[in-house]
Write a protein that binds this ligand. Sequence first.
Ligand SMILES: *[C@@H]1O[C@H](CO)[C@@H](O)[C@H](O)[C@H]1NC(C)=O
Ligand SMILES: *[C@@H]1O[C@H](CO)[C@@H](O)[C@H](O)[C@H]1NC(C)=O
Ligand SMILES: *[C@@H]1O[C@H](CO)[C@@H](O)[C@H](O)[C@H]1NC(C)=O
Length: 347
Amino acid sequence: MSKTMRHHWLLLGACGWVLLILMFASKFINFRAADDYGERTGGQSWTEPGTKVPSVVPSVADWQSVVEKRIELLSAVCKNNTLRNLTHVSISKFVLDRIFVCDKHKILFCQTPKVGNTQWKKVLIVLNGAFSTVEEIPENLVHDHEKNGLPRLSSLTPQEITERLSTYFKFFIVRDPFERLISAFKDKFVKNPRFEPWYKHDIAPAIIRKYRKSHRDSEHAGSGLRFEDFIRYLGDAEGRRRMDRQFGEHIIHWVTYAELCAPCEIHYSVVGHHETLEQDAPHILKAAGIDQLVSYPAIPPGITRYNRTKVEHYFSGISKRDVRRLYARYQGDFHLFGYPSPNFLLN
Ligand SMILES: *[C@@H]1O[C@H](CO)[C@@H](O)[C@H](O)[C@H]1NC(C)=O
Ligand SMILES: *[C@@H]1O[C@H](CO)[C@@H](O)[C@H](O)[C@H]1NC(C)=O
Ligand SMILES: *[C@@H]1O[C@H](CO)[C@@H](O)[C@H](O)[C@H]1NC(C)=O
């Protein structure tokens, strides 16, 4: 073999290795990004006081009008009496438990799962001053509201609550209601989080017992909750009431946004959309007056996009009757937040 030939072969081999490593790395990065984005995540830092990530975002003035239109729609739908049962809830302890207080910057944040909320909570914990950077917050403390310096609104006196509700900047984030339910189903019943055994061991069997059509199926060992069972449970407004009381706080992953945050009773300043988080996140930071103190990292591309194929896939085995029942239950959220009703599933 000539010297140049050998050289070429070596070069080719090296390129192959680099390509292999890159492929592996990109797989790993994508995987991490997708995973990190969910709840209870550690590695990725969302904020780093002082360091701003430059980003291409429509000017805040433009986005301001988008946000204002959302609030106008919200208050119009709140006035619609046909939807009243689905849009109006009382400001109960359950709702006050969902809302976190940042007194230092006069911010209230209503937590709605599966839209990157852990990241917002970390931002507020840092802003409240208990920790100086997001990285310093131990993972097990993010959700421990006794110790993380981010109190719930329910821990305050009625007078303190009223005062904050009427004067603070208030926000929460929503996403397409059906895609949200798919996300909750996958996260709590399919991936079966080791840290949260109650979904598999308590909640799933209770739903299967009541809602699985063929009970011969449910006797099959290891047959977990199916999306079909979950949807039938969710659509049964009356029947699930007693079960939901037993399930306790865990229902936050699937009860309506209206039930979580009482958006017709509490006059929120901004309702962000997960689908436009790239625009909403900086807008919220600015509107809350904290954009100079914290910033957010680039959101992994595509991760917040609505995926109709996925929705169609999950609902393909669900009967029209069950889909309509589900929609009847969740249409308040569709209307309140301007999501188009999923006619491709209903008709
Ligand atoms: C109220 O909501 C219902 C159900 O979506 C809709 O058909 C009706 O047009 C709405 N009414 C008004 C005044 O917007
Ligand atoms: C609204 O709620 C009331 C009282 O719970 C109930 O009687 C009524 O049937 C509900 N209406 C609709 C449209 O669901
Ligand atoms: C949408 O979901 C489908 C089915 O789950 C998946 O194969 C596809 O990659 C997703 N598309 C995007 C753009 O994420």
